[in-house]
Design a protein around this ligand. Structure first.
Ligand SMILES: Nc1ncnc2c1ncn2[C@@H]1O[C@H](COP(=O)(O)OP(=O)(O)OP(=O)(O)O)[C@@H](O)[C@H]1O
Ligand SMILES: [Mg+2]
Length: 593
């Protein structure tokens, strides 16, 4: 007697629904994708009770012919692909021919559609065979009512109405970002929640992500062969406590992909504090044959044929966009955001090709600004104007350095300097920290760093845990330029330091390092955690606020800033300096010229 039996069709669909229909938002996602695949230009969404009671999606797409209505609800029936060849190159959202069947197995589905060739619409309810005539001007209306009415176990997992609605809204936001050309409306329990007119991408992104993101957003559009990465990425001055503003689309499909998230994260590592998350809306486009979307039934995961190449491309394109001069592309924090031109528009026009040589953005901007200010009266200088870089001759003649000369220190925190353009304000700790960090990186890149031995070892009392960490990570510490060893049961001796940090508070520095090392396994800690450790070192090595600096010391710092890559942002992503032009100062005093 055999015990293996084929499952009934309904049960098969219910099992499939377990993967695809996790909650109302997943139903909405499938319906929106179907509408977009049908070429809709306008999509209206109505939800009741977080979508559990009703999800209604009306589109003005191509419609479904009456004879196709039963097939649309049938399992493994699709109009989108017909062969493996098609599957490997799929450019529609759907291709499994399964979504509606799965949904219909756990909810009551009504489809009303009017195909262009018909004089009126037809309607089909799931669970029945009768196709009735109906009234509809065009397109398709799908109503999904009473989700999980027949699978109460599943229903129990649903969250509060507000939560389910929030998930639905998020699904709509993603679609709306991917397709700014399509108009969307969303209502919940009869009240309008979103009304999005067809727009260009910047306008749509502004509607979806909000105004705060924009003053800090960098636009990018990079291509390399068949790969293209475009969109908006926020400079570190705008970061998030959660990963809630990270939108990655692959060929128009929203995905949650480890490889892409990792590449993005890396592009921000040097400029964003580890506990903060970057914000971005990015579109990766590539030949559909180079990416497999048939990885998970919900299609939010993808697999790339050339994973390494994609990672590199995304990382470099982003890193370059983020490193471009702060002041040239976006308006600096000092100007009011209301009159600041959208950085997206500005940068979109110039475009950032991956093929461009690695720039030293800070320096280049400063040079350009300097050249411009030498050639024009300050008032004629449009904000963020970038003139051609001066020839070496011009630079030699113009004796004033780019960041000018220090004139004072303000409350032990800021350096005030005068340059050709006007007033420069520098956050001295942030700037010094950045310089040290870049120097530490460079010094480690060339092998073991230059160190300084201490004639009298520095002693610090240590906890048992710190003693253990120092022993366990002695190699890692040595690679970073430290010699730290036990000098007693509860005492550590520091005998050697990286030369770059010799001036700072070594006791605090070593403690902070031990704290960080303790969180990671001893093996290979330097390779994987190196930059984080260097950031800690730089932070502790940098001049503290409230230390009085002499003018020569301040000028030395300014000169170092001019020489340092990415000096315009500190390791935590805050700007390190701002320029107040003479024109801006004049405006403060309503002083016409
Ligand atoms: N809004 C719509 N407008 C026009 N045709 C639609 C619409 N919704 C569904 N269809 C038709 O119904 C078919 C089945 O839809 P369903 O979502 O179940 O599968 P699919 O989109 O082909 O694949 P997947 O399961 O990957 O979503 C589609 O192939 C399409 O032909
Ligand atoms: Mg579909």
């Amino acid at each position: 007697m055999g015990i293996i039996k084929p499952l009934p069709d309904l049960l098969i669909s219910q099992i499939a629904a377990g993967e695809v229909v996790e909650r109302p938002a997943s139903v909405l996602k499938e319906l929106l994708e179907n509408s977009l695949d049908a070429g809709a230009a306008k999509i209206d969404v109505q939800l009741e009770e977080g979508g559990v009671r009703l999800i209604r999606v009306a589109d003005d797409g191509a419609g479904i012919a009456p004879e196709d209505l039963p097939l649309a609800l049938a399992r493994h029936a699709t109009s989108k692909i017909a062969s493996l060849y098609d599957l490997e190159r799929v450019d529609s959202y759907g291709f499994r021919g399964e979504a509606l069947a799965s949904i219909a197995s756990v909810a009551r589905v009504t489809m009303t559609s009017r195909h262009a060739a018909e004089t009126h619409a037809f309607r089909l309810r799931s669970g029945t065979d009768a196709i009735e005539p109906a009234a509809l001007a065009g397109g398709t209306v799908i109503e999904v009512a009473d989700l999980y009415f027949n699978t109460p176990a599943r229903r129990k997992f649903l969250k509060a109405e507000a939560t389910e609605f929030a998930h639905c809204d998020e699904v709509l936001r993603r679609m709306a970002l991917a397709r700014p050309d399509v108009a969307f409306t969303l209502s919940h329990n009869g009240s309008a929640k979103r009304r999005l007119a067809s727009a260009d991408f910047p306008r749509r992104a502004r509607d979806i992500i909000g105004e705060e993101f924009f003053p800090h957003a960098r636009s990018l559009d990079a291509t390399a062969g068949p790969l293209r990465l475009s969109g908006l990425a926020a400079l570190p001055a705008y970061s998030r406590a959660a990963r809630d503003e990270q939108y990655f689309f692959v060929n128009g499909r929203y995905v949650r992909d480890k490889l892409l998230t990792h590449a993005a994260r890396q592009a921000w590592t040097d400029i964003l504090h580890g506990a903060r998350h970057p914000a971005y809306v990015l579109f990766l486009e590539l030949d559909p044959a180079g990416v497999d979307v048939n990885v998970h039934p919900a299609k939010t995961e993808v697999r790339f044929r050339d994973a390494r190449g994609i990672h590199q491309f995304v990382f470099h394109a982003l890193q370059r966009a983020l490193a471009a001069p702060l002041v040239a592309a976006a308006s600096p924090p000092m100007t009011s955001p209301t009159n600041a031109p959208s950085p997206f528009f500005q940068a979109r026009q110039s475009g950032l090709g991956v093929g461009e040589p690695a720039a030293r953005p800070y320096l280049e901007f400063a040079r350009a600004a300097f050249a411009a200010s030498a050639a024009l009266a300050p008032d004629d200088l449009p904000r963020g104007a970038v003139a051609p870089a001066p020839t070496p001759d011009e630079r030699d003649q113009g004796a004033a350095p780019l960041l000018g000369y220090a004139i004072a220190q303000l409350h032990g925190v800021y350096i005030l300097a005068q340059n050709a353009g006007g007033l420069v304000l520098v956050d001295m700790h942030a700037a010094h920290e950045r310089i040290l960090y870049e120097k530490l990186k460079t010094s480690l890149d060339g092998g073991p760093p230059a160190t300084q031995s201490l004639l009298v070892p520095l002693l610090l009392s240590a906890s048992e845990a710190e003693m253990a960490t120092a022993g366990e990570h002695a190699d890692a510490l040595a690679q970073l330029g430290f010699a730290v060893a036990a000098a007693g049961p509860r005492e550590l001796a520091v005998r050697r330091l990286p030369a770059l940090l010799a001036g700072g508070n070594a006791v605090d520095l070593v403690r902070a390092l031990l704290g960080e090392l303790a969180e990671h396994p001893a093996s290979r800690v330097v390779e994987t955690q190196r930059n984080e450790l260097l950031a800690t070192m730089a932070c502790h090595g940098a001049v503290r606020a409230h230390r009085l600096l002499s003018l020569p010391e301040m000028n030395a710092l300014l000169r170092q800033m001019e020489e340092t890559e990415r000096a315009d942002q500190c390791n935590h992503g805050r700007p390190t300096w701002v320029q107040l032009s003479m024109a801006e100062l004049d405006r403060l005093f309503m002083r016409g010229r």
